[in-house]
Design a protein around this ligand. Structure first.
Ligand code: MG
Ligand code: MG
Length: 293
């Protein structure tokens, strides 16, 4: 594995955590409330409805870390049962927050032992998409078909829905392209355009999407608008989280993409210093270990 690839993989993992930590402060706020309270929210300061400490992360990062550890323990395999067990153990650890769909389907797993959630047209939340990064890193050397199968193995534990699948597969393949050094215009042509052709609901060209709910369609509209309208890691994340709504998750998802795109040197030092040191270290170690599989 090329040293630059490893750096961009690390930047993606830290980007996820930074976006989560930055966005959590303004999760479920309206853009107008954010503007009144902070002007532009641009510092990792904790607080928010979860009353987190400055630099603390939420489920978006901690579920990713649980998934990454499970993949490493399985020698790089992405197995539904191991993913479900890891998420269940994570849930027993009383995480700071947990999505409704995640909780419901993990409780169903406890009862049935079946790690695959039933197909549901309603389970189109962003809870599987927010934790795609470990699979992307673990399957960097694999064919697209293997990547897509691995994505579904982890995502169907809690979200078995075609729109969620489309987003999860897109995010995984796009972040892999960025880690390999592809430019934004290439990823636009290769991934974003085809996604919107197949799933027009993800079309992000239109009115500014503010106050996104946890629905994957609104999440993706914010992620794509912020990614395509900015030219640095910092401005991209600030643009996303100041739209409020599910800001920790839009921050986390656009953070992993922008981290891989702009690289380690683009991550603001003041944010890295503010990030929980244990999370900072674990993200770096997992990024290296998963990318070397
Ligand atoms: Mg969260
Ligand atoms: Mg959230």
């Amino acid at each position: 594995m090329n040293a630059l690839f490893l750096e961009r993989a690390e930047a993606a993992y830290l980007g996820l955590a930074l976006g989560d930590a930055l966005g959590a402060t303004v999760e479920f706020m309206m853009p107008r409330e954010i503007a009144t309270q902070y002007g532009v929210h641009r510092e990792i300061r904790g607080g928010g409805w979860l009353h987190i400490k400055p630099g603390q992360v939420t489920d978006d990062t901690t579920m990713s870390l649980a998934l990454g550890a499970a993949i490493l323990a399985d020698g790089g395999q992405v197995q539904a049962l191991s993913c479900a067990q890891a998420f269940d153990t994570w849930m027993r650890g009383k995480p700071v927050d947990i999505g409704n769909t995640v909780r419901r389907n993990l409780i169903a797993f406890r009862h049935s032992g079946n790690p695959v959630a039933p197909v549901s047209e309603f389970d189109a939340g962003n809870g599987a998409a927010m934790r795609t990064l470990p699979v992307a890193l673990a399957t960097l050397q694999h064919s697209e078909a293997v990547v897509r199968a691995a994505v579904r193995a982890q995502s169907h534990v809690t979200h078995n829905n075609p729109v969620s699948d489309a987003a999860c597969e897109f995010l995984t393949l796009a972040v892999q392209d960025f880690i390999r050094g592809e430019a934004l215009r290439t990823v636009y042509r290769r991934r974003i355009q085809p996604l919107i052709e197949d799933y027009p609901e993800f079309n992000y060209r239109g009115p500014r999407r503010d106050n996104p709910s946890g629905w994957i369609v609104e999440t993706m509209q914010v992620v794509l608008q912020s990614l395509m309208s900015t030219d640095s890691f910092e401005t991209c994340l600030i643009d996303a989280v100041n739209r409020g709504g599910d800001a920790d998750t839009t921050g986390a998802i656009v953070g992993l993409l922008a981290g891989a795109l702009y690289g380690l040197d683009a991550l603001p030092n003041r944010w890295l210093k503010a990030l929980d040191p244990k999370v900072n270290t674990t993200c770096r170690i997992q990024a290296q270990a998963l990318s070397r599989l």
